[in-house]
Design a protein around this ligand. Structure first.
Ligand SMILES: [Zn+2]
Length: 109
């Protein structure tokens, strides 16, 4: 899995990340190129999880309970759309600019 830094725009492998902080949804990783802290949009992560489990539950209910497919089928479709959209929109966000960043000075001028 390859990630792109929101600060220096270089791509790097998740295996190359030396430093991370936080847990669960608020986990942040440090870019190995410029040392900026990057994280995911928490709102999109919640949408993705809710959509995923909502779809799984709707599919399970539709499978075990008769006569509810009219309700569960649109729910499954909605869940798939939620997960797909949140996945497309889920980019790494810049949480904290690196210390002693040469690019930050050129932007200030
Ligand atoms: Zn970077």
């Amino acid at each position: 899995m390859s990630l792109q830094c929101a600060h220096c725009y270089k791509s790097f492998s998740i295996a190359k990340v030396n430093d991370s902080r936080g847990k669960g949804l608020s986990v942040e990783v440090q870019c190995p190129h410029c040392a900026a802290w990057l994280g995911h949009n928490k709102y999109l992560s919640v949408v993705k999880i809710v959509g995923f489990y909502g779809g799984v539950i709707a599919a399970a209910v539709g499978y075990f309970v008769e006569g509810v497919t009219v309700i569960t089928t649109p729910l499954i479709i909605l869940a798939v759309i939620m997960v797909g959209l949140s996945h497309i929109m889920d980019h790494l966000q810049l949480i904290e600019v690196p210390e002693n960043d040469p690019n930050a000075e050129t932007h200030a001028k």
